[in-house]
Ligand binder design. Sequence first.
Ligand code: GUN
Length: 281
Amino acid sequence: MSAKILDGAALAARLRGQYRLRAEALAARGRRPGLAVIIVGDNPASRVYVRNKVRACEEAGFASRLIELPAATTQADLLGRLDELNADPAVHGILTQLPLPAHIDANRVIEAIAPAKDVDGFHVASAGALMTGLPGFAPCTPAGVMEILKDAGIDPAGLHAVVIGRSNIVGKPMAMLLLQAGATVTICHSRTPDLGAITRQADILVAAVGRVKLVTATMVKPGACVIDVGMNRDAAGKLCGDVDFAAVREVAGSITPVPGGVGPMTIAMLLANTLKAAETP
Ligand code: GUN
C-alpha cells in the first residue's frame, strides 16, 4: 500500500485564494487587513521566512508592514515599537520573528503584543484561551495541521493522536487542538522511553522534533495518518522532515511530504489569523 499524499501546498494555495476574497470584502468596507512583521538583526533563515510572510500578505490583498531593526536594537526600543503598533488601528496583526538577539527577552516581547493582535498565538493569553477553549488565536503550524486533517476528511474524534514534541509553538498547542477535536492524545518527547511502542498505537501521528528520519516504518501503525512538521537538512543538505518518508509512505494511510506539506500551511494560517483579527470589530 502506498499512502495518500496530503498536499499542503495545494491546500494552502486554495485557502489563500479564499482569504483574498474576504480581504477584498473587508477592504471595500474600509478595513483592509494589516499585518506588521518585525525582524531584529540579520539571521538569514529569519529573513527568508519574513520575506515569504510579507509576500503572502501582499498576494492576498493584505496591507503588510515590514519593520527591519538592527541587531543592536534595545529591548526598550523594541517594546516601544510594539506599543505603537498595538495602538495603530490599521494594524490588525503583529508578529516579532523569533529568534531574537540574546540581549532581548523573547518572552517579555511576546507578552507586549496585544492579545487581540497576537496572530502568532504565542502570547500567554492566547495559550490560555486555547487551553480553556475560549476564543483566541491558535499558533499557525498546529492550526495548519488541523486544516490538513479536515481537508483529508480525517475527524480526530475518537482517534488516538500521538504528538512527538512538546514545544510551546507546535507540540503543546497541537495536543490541545487535537484534544479539543475529540482525540485521545499522547504527548511524547526526547525523554520518552520506547517511543515506537507508543507511536504504533497512533491513528494520527504528528512528528515535531527536528530530527531527520526519527520516525521509521516500524514505528507506524498500518493505515495511520502521519503528519511531518520537521524542517531539517539531511547530510547532503537536502530539506527533509522528521519522518523517513520513502519507507513510511508504504505503511501509512496518508502522509504529508516535506517540503510541500505542513510548511505552506503555516503562512496560510498566519493570513487566516490576521483576517480573523481584522474581521473582529
Ligand atoms: N520563528 C520560527 N517560526 C516562527 C513563527 O512561526 N513565528 C515567529 N514569530 N517566529 C518564528
